[in-house]
Design a protein around this ligand. Structure first.
Ligand SMILES: [Zn+2]
Length: 112
């Protein structure tokens, strides 16, 4: 995959939205760490921080949790980078398809 494609992929994958889709509990710009069972104090604290401008994240407790949106999928799903990229690609394609369907429906003013 080329750098340009990777940028497109990252651009089409807002980190907060991806986090929610991965099942991470999100509250404004923070989230519950998906490795929180490793935290010394399992207080249910929101230790994940999302940087929306950089589309990146990190856990203030886990030193090995953090990175860009691809890393988020890798670490959360416990999969390799290639699989994470495919997951994100699929997600974007699915998103576009759903949107198209939605607009088509709206045009025809059809109800399910
Ligand atoms: Zn953590």
């Amino acid at each position: 995959m080329e750098d340009r494609d990777l940028k497109m992929l990252e651009h089409g994958s807002p980190i907060l939205q991806v986090a929610v889709e991965l099942g991470i509990k999100v509250k404004s710009n923070t989230g519950l760490c998906f490795r929180s069972e490793r935290h010394a104090d399992a207080s249910g604290e929101f230790t994940l921080f999302f940087d929306l401008a950089k589309n990146s994240f990190f856990c203030k407790t886990c030193s090995d949790v953090g990175g860009n949106v691809i890393d988020l999928v890798c670490q959360c799903q416990d999969c390799d980078r290639e699989k994470a990229i495919n997951w994100l690609k699929h997600r974007i394609e699915f998103d576009l398809e759903t949107r198209e369907l939605y607009y088509q429906k709206n045009k025809k003013r059809k109800r399910k």
